[in-house]
Design a protein around this ligand. Structure first.
Ligand SMILES: Nc1ncnc2c1ncn2[C@@H]1O[C@H](COP(=O)(O)OP(=O)(O)OP(=O)(O)O)[C@@H](O)[C@H]1O
Length: 941
C-alpha cells in the first residue's frame, strides 16, 4: 500500500443474541445475520412481519463484515482488530471504534472480560486485553527495542478525565485540555487540518529530531513527566496534563486498564444494568526501533463509545438524561462528521464536540480505522438498530490516508528518559537520606494538616459509628419486632384476604339471589297485572252476564206474567175470546232454552277463561283470584238470590193463577194434574237453576278453599321478607366490611346467619310454590271435572223431556179447558137467552101481578120452586151476575130435552128491581149438553 493511498474505514457489524430482557419481552428477532460470520449484508425488518412480506419490508445494509450471535471474541479480534494491530506494530496509527446503542455489546467487544486467570486471558477477553497480550508477544518475538506507554481517557458530559490519574481526591486533579498540535515531527505528512496553536507546554517539541533508542532501555513504571513525550509526537491532537504510563508487559497494561475501568462512569439504566455513560479511549503508544538511531512512533486508539440510545427509551432521568443528552450530542456531531466525510464536504465539523476532535485523526485522517457497529436482534430495538446501521454504512464511505507514524531519534528519547530518570533518582535519594521519607516542608505541613483533619474526621467517624451502631442495634431490634409484627400481619392479611375473597363470593351469590328474587317479584307483578286485567274482564263479563240474565228474566217473566194476566182477564171477560197459551208457553220454553243456552255458554266461557288463566299464570296470583272470585261469587250469589226471587215471583204468579183457576174454574180433577205439572216444571226449573248456581258457587268456593292461604300471600310474604332481609342485611354488611376489616368476621357471622335464613326462606318459598302449584293443578283438574259435570248438568237440563212433556200436557189440558170454556160460554150464552126469556116471563108475570097480585105471586113462586128451589141472591156492586159453575147432572131429564150427561148448574144472581122483593128468590135449573148447546128452558107457567 502506497503511503498516500486512500483507504476506506473498515466497518463491521456485530449482532448479539437476544438478551434476557428481550426474551422476557417476547420481542421477536427482526435482524437477519449469519450465525457466526460469512456475509457482508445485514437486513432489518422493522415491521416485524414474517414470510414474503418480511423480505419486502426488510432493509438491507452492506458493510465489510457481519458477525452473528455465535461469533466469539477471538474471531472479532482476529478478523477486525488483528489486521490493524499488525499495521500498528508496523508504525501506523490505528483506531478501533465500537459504536451502537446501549447493551448491544460495545464494552463487551472492546474490553470484555479483562481479568487474568493464571496469568492468561479468558475466552471473553475483548480487543484491548488481546491487543496488549498480542503486542508484547509480537515485539518479544522480533526481539526489537521498543518502549510502550498507555493512557486512558474518558469523555463524560463533554469533560475529559484521565482515568489513570491517582491524585488523591483532596487535591484537585489537573484538568485535561485538548490542543491541536502544529509541531508535527513529520510536517510533510501532517494533516492540513492541524493548524491549531501550539500547546503552552510543548516547548520540547523540536522538529524532526531522530532519536535512537537504546535497546536495553527499560522505562520506569512511574508516569513520565506530563506532556513531555506527548508533545513530541506527530499527533495532531495534544492533551495537556494527560498521564502516560510505561508498561513492561501485558499484565501491567491489563492492570492499567482495570484501574481506568474502575474510574469509569457507569450506571444502571433500564436497558443495561452496567451501562457505560461515557466515551473512553485507551491509547497504546509504541516506540519501536526501526533503523539505527530512530524509533518509529505509532499509536493505537481503542475507542468505546457511549450508547447511542434514545433518551426516553433508556429511561434516563435528570443526571442520566443530561448524560444521554450530551452523549447524543457528541454522537450527533460524530454522525455529522461521518456524513460530511462521506459526502466529501469542504467543512468537516470536528471542532463541534470534544469527541470528534479526539477522533479527528482517526476519521478521514492518516489513521487506519475500523468501526464495529454493535446491534441487537430484537424487534423492540429495531429503530436504534436501523439508525446504527445507517451510521455504519455511511462511515464505510469515509476514506483515510493511512501513513506510517513519525520517528523519534534515540538520543532525544534517551535524553528525555534520562532526565526523567534523574529526577526520579534524586527524589529517591532525598527520600533515603531522610529516613525513607522525603517531602518538602510545604508538603509535609500540608500532609500534617491533612492528617490532623483525618484524625479529627476519624474520631468523628468513630463517634458517628458508635452512635450509628447503637442506633443500628435499636433499629435491628425494632426491625426484628417489626418483622415479627409484619409476619403476623401478613398472616392476618392473608387470612383477611381469604375472608374478603370468601365474602366477595358471598356477595356475588347474594347479588345473584337478589337478582333472581327481583326477577321473581317482577314476574309476580307482571302476573298480578295480567290477573288484574283478566279479572277486570271477568268482572265486565260477569256484569254483562248478570245484566243480560236480569234483562232476559225480567223480560220473560214480565211478558209471561203479562200474557198470563191477559189470559186471565180474557177468561174473566165474556169468554168469547179464546186466549192463546200456546204461544206463551212456546215463548216461555224458548226463552228458558235461550236462558239455559246463555247461562251455559257464558258459564262455560267464564269457566274456560278462568281455567285457562289459572293454567297460564303461576299459582302465585291465586290470592288475587280469590278476591276476584269472591266478588264474582257475591255477584253470582246476589244474582242467584235475584233469580230465586224472580222464580219465586213466577211461582207466586203461578200460584195466583192456580188459586184463581182453582177457585173459579177448576173444580175437577184436571186441576191436580195441572198442579202437578206446574209444580214439577217449576221445581225442575228451580232445581236446575239452583244446581247451576250451586255448582258454580261450589266450584268457585272449592277453588278458593283449595288455594286459600297457600299461594299469593305466602309467596308475596316470602318474597318481600327475603328482599327486606336481603336489603336490610346486605347494606350494613357491606358498609361494615368496607369501613373496617375487623367487622369482616362479624359480617361473616351475620352473613352465615343470613345465608341460613335465606336458605330456609327460599326453601320454604320453593316448598310453598311447589305446594301451591300442586294445589293449583289439583284445583284446575277439579275445576275441569266440575266444568264437565256442569256441562253434563246442562246437557241433562237440555235433554230433559219432562219440561216439554209437561208443557205438552199443560197444552193439552189447556185445549180441553178451552173447549170446556167455550162450551161454558155457549152455555152461558144460552142460559143468558133463557134468562132473558125468563126475565121476560117474569116481567110478564110482574105486570100480571098488578092485576091479580096474590094469584100471580103464588104462581111465580111456584114457578121459581119449579126452576131451582133456591132463593135469589141480591146483585153485586158491579151489576154483573156472578156465576158459579157446579159440576153435576141434570136430575130432571124429562123437563129438558138434553142428553143425560155432565151438567153444570149456573146460578146467576141478579139484582132485583127495586120493586122486586129481596126475599123472593128465583130459582132455575139448567141442563147443559157438553158437545152441543141445545138449550131448552122450562116454560114458566
Ligand atoms: N456478543 C455477545 N456475546 C455475549 N454477551 C454479550 C454480547 N454482547 C453483549 N453481551 C452482554 O450484554 C451485556 C451488555 O453489554 P455491554 O455492557 O457490553 O453493552 P454496551 O453496548 O457497552 O452498553 P452501554 O452503552 O450501556 O455501556 C453484557 O452483560 C455483555 O456481557
Amino acid at each position: 500500500m502506497s503511503e498516500e493511498e486512500e483507504l476506506n474505514i473498515t466497518v463491521a457489524v456485530r449482532c448479539r443474541g437476544r438478551n434476557e430482557k428481550e426474551v422476557k419481552a417476547k420481542s421477536s428477532v427482526v435482524v437477519a445475520v449469519p450465525d457466526i460470520t460469512g456475509t457482508n449484508e445485514v437486513s432489518v425488518n422493522t415491521t416485524g412481519d414474517t414470510g414474503i412480506t418480511a423480505q419486502i419490508n426488510s432493509k438491507t445494509y452492506t458493510v465489510d463484515r457481519v458477525f452473528g450471535p455465535s461469533a466469539d471474541q477471538s474471531l472479532i479480534f482476529k478478523v477486525i482488530a488483528e489486521p490493524l494491530f499488525q499495521d500498528f506494530i508496523k508504525g501506523y496509527n490505528c483506531t478501533v471504534l465500537v459504536y451502537g446503542m446501549t447493551s448491544t455489546g460495545k464494552t463487551y467487544t472492546m474490553t470484555g472480560d479483562e481479568r487474568l486467570y493464571d496469568g492468561e486471558l479468558s475466552e471473553g477477553a475483548g480487543i484491548i486485553p488481546r491487543v496488549l497480550f498480542k503486542l508484547f508477544d509480537a515485539l518479544d518475538a522480533h526481539n526489537d527495542d521498543y518502549m510502550i506507554k498507555c493512557s486512558f481517557i474518558e469523555l463524560y458530559n463533554e469533560e475529559l478525565k484521565d482515568l489513570l490519574d491517582e491524585t488523591p481526591d483532596s487535591s484537585m486533579p489537573k484538568k485535561l485540555r485538548i490542543f491541536d498540535s502544529v509541531t508535527n515531527l513529520n510536517s510533510s505528512r501532517s494533516s492540513s487540518r492541524n493548524s491549531s496553536p501550539k500547546p503552552p507546554e510543548g516547548n520540547n517539541t523540536t522538529a524532526k529530531r531522530r532519536v535512537r533508542a537504546n535497546a536495553i532501555y527499560k522505562p520506569s513504571r512511574s508516569p513520565i513527566a506530563k506532556s513531555t513525550l506527548s508533545s513530541e509526537l506527530n499527533s495532531a491532537i495534544h492533551i495537556q496534563n494527560l498521564q502516560e504510563f510505561h508498561i513492561m508487559d501485558a499484565k501491567e497494561g491489563i492492570r492499567l486498564l482495570q484501574r481506568g475501568l474502575r474510574h469509569r462512569q457507569v450506571a444502571s439504566t433500564k436497558m443495561n444494568d452496567v451501562s457505560s455513560r461515557s466515551h473512553t479511549i485507551f491509547t497504546i503508544m509504541l516506540y519501536r526501533k526501526c533503523n539505527g538511531e530512530s524509533f518509529r512512533v505509532s499509536k493505537m486508539n481503542l475507542v468505546d463509545l457511549a450508547g447511542s440510545e434514545n433518551i426516553s427509551r433508556s429511561g434516563a432521568q435528570n443526571q442520566r438524561a443530561k448524560e444521554a443528552g450530551s452523549i447524543n450530542q457528541s454522537l450527533l456531531t460524530l454522525g455529522r462528521v461521518i456524513n460530511s466525510l462521506a459526502d466529501k464536504s469542504a467543512h468537516i465539523p470536528f471542532r463541534e464536540s470534544k469527541l470528534t476532535r479526539l477522533l479527528q485523526d482517526s476519521l478521514g485522517g492518516n489513521t487506519k480505522t475500523a468501526l464495529i457497529a454493535t446491534i441487537s436482534p430484537a424487534k423492540i430495538n429495531s429503530e436504534e438498530t436501523s439508525s446504527t446501521l445507517e451510521y455504519a454504512t455511511k462511515a464505510k464511505n469515509i476514506k483515510n490516508k493511512p501513513q506510517v507514524g513519525s520517528f523519534i531519534m534515540k538520543d532525544v528519547l534517551v535524553k528525555n528518559v534520562t532526565a526523567e530518570l534523574v529526577k526520579i533518582r534524586s527524589d529517591l535519594l532525598a527520600t533515603k537520606s531522610k529516613d525513607g521519607i522525603y517531602m518538602s516542608q510545604e508538603n509535609y505541613k500540608e500532609l500534617t494538616n491533612e492528617l490532623e483533619n483525618y484524625k479529627t474526621e476519624v474520631q468523628e467517624c468513630k463517634r458517628a459509628i458508635e452512635r450509628l451502631s447503637t442506633q443500628n442495634g435499636l433499629i435491628s431490634k425494632e426491625k426484628r419486632i417489626t418483622n415479627e409484627v409484619n409476619e403476623s400481619q401478613k398472616l392476618k392479611i392473608k387470612k383477611l384476604s381469604n375472608n374478603i375473597e370468601f365474602l366477595y363470593d358471598k356477595i356475588d351469590r347474594q347479588h345473584r339471589n337478589e337478582q333472581e328474587l327481583s326477577n321473581v317479584v317482577q314476574e309476580l307483578m307482571r302476573a298480578l297485572r295480567t290477573m288484574q286485567n283478566s279479572l277486570k274482564v271477568y268482572e265486565d263479563q260477569g256484569l254483562r252476564f248478570q245484566t243480560e240474565m236480569e234483562r232476559v228474566l225480567y223480560e220473560n217473566i214480565g211478558s209471561f206474567k203479562h200474557s198470563l194476566l191477559n189470559e186471565i182477564e180474557k177468561l174473566k171477560g165474556t169468554g168469547e175470546e179464546s186466549f192463546d197459551i200456546d204461544a206463551n208457553v212456546d215463548s216461555l220454553s224458548k226463552e228458558l232454552n235461550r236462558i239455559y243456552d246463555f247461562i251455559n255458554t257464558s258459564t262455560i266461557e267464564i269457566c274456560q277463561k278462568f281455567i285457562n288463566k289459572v293454567s297460564e299464570q303461576t299459582p302465585n296470583y291465586l290470592q288475587d283470584i280469590r278476591t276476584q272470585v269472591e266478588s264474582i261469587t257475591k255477584v253470582v250469589g246476589s244474582y242467584s238470590s235475584d233469580l230465586m226471587m224472580h222464580l219465586s215471583s213466577i211461582s207466586e204468579e203461578y200460584n195466583h193463577l192456580k188459586d184463581y183457576l182453582n177457585e173459579h174454574f177448576f173444580k175437577n180433577n184436571f186441576q191436580d194434574a195441572l198442579d202437578v205439572h206446574v209444580d214439577r216444571t217449576y221445581h225442575q226449573l228451580k232445581v236446575s237453576a239452583n244446581s247451576i248456581f250451586l255448582k258454580l258457587r261450589e266450584m268457585m268456593n272449592e277453588e278458593l278453599e283449595t288455594n286459600k292461604e297457600i299461594m299469593m300471600q305466602s309467596l308475596k310474604n316470602a318474597a318481600s321478607e327475603v328482599v327486606a332481609k336481603e336489603m336490610g342485611l346486605l347494606d350494613p354488611v357491606k358498609q361494615a366490611w368496607e369501613s373496617s376489616l375487623e367487622n369482616i368476621n362479624e359480617c361473616d357471622k351475620l352473613n352465615s346467619g343470613f345465608e341460613k335464613d335465606i336458605g330456609n326462606v327460599v326453601g320454604e318459598v320453593f316448598q310453598r310454590i311447589n305446594k301451591g302449584r300442586l294445589s293449583s293443578e289439583i284445583a284446575i283438574s277439579e275445576a275441569n271435572s266440575d266444568l264437565s259435570r256442569f256441562q253434563g248438568a246442562f246437557q241433562a237440563l237440555q235433554s230433559n223431556d219432562v219440561i216439554p212433556d209437561s208443557m205438552g200436557g199443560i197444552k193439552r189440558k189447556h185445549d180441553m179447558l178451552k173447549l170446556k170454556v167455550q162450551d161454558s160460554a155457549s152455555y152461558i150464552e144460552a142460559a143468558t137467552q133463557k134468562f132473558s126469556e125468563i126475565d121476560k116471563s117474569i116481567q110478564g108475570l110482574l105486570n100480571l101481578q098488578t092485576v091479580s097480585q096474590p094469584q100471580n105471586e103464588s104462581r111465580i113462586e111456584g114457578l121459581l120452586e119449579q126452576l131451582d128451589g133456591r132463593p135469589l141472591k141480591p146483585l153485586g156492586p158491579s151489576g154483573k151476575t156472578p156465576m158459579r159453575i157446579t159440576q153435576g147432572c141434570i136430575t130432571n131429564s124429562d123437563q129438558l130435552s138434553l142428553p143425560r150427561k155432565r151438567a153444570y148448574s149456573i146460578s146467576p144472581i141478579r139484582e132485583l128491581d127495586g120493586n122486586r122483593k129481596a126475599s123472593s128468590p128465583l130459582k132455575r135449573k139448567v141442563a147443559v149438553d157438553n158437545e152441543n148447546v141445545p138449550f131448552t128452558s122450562q116454560k114458566i107457567e
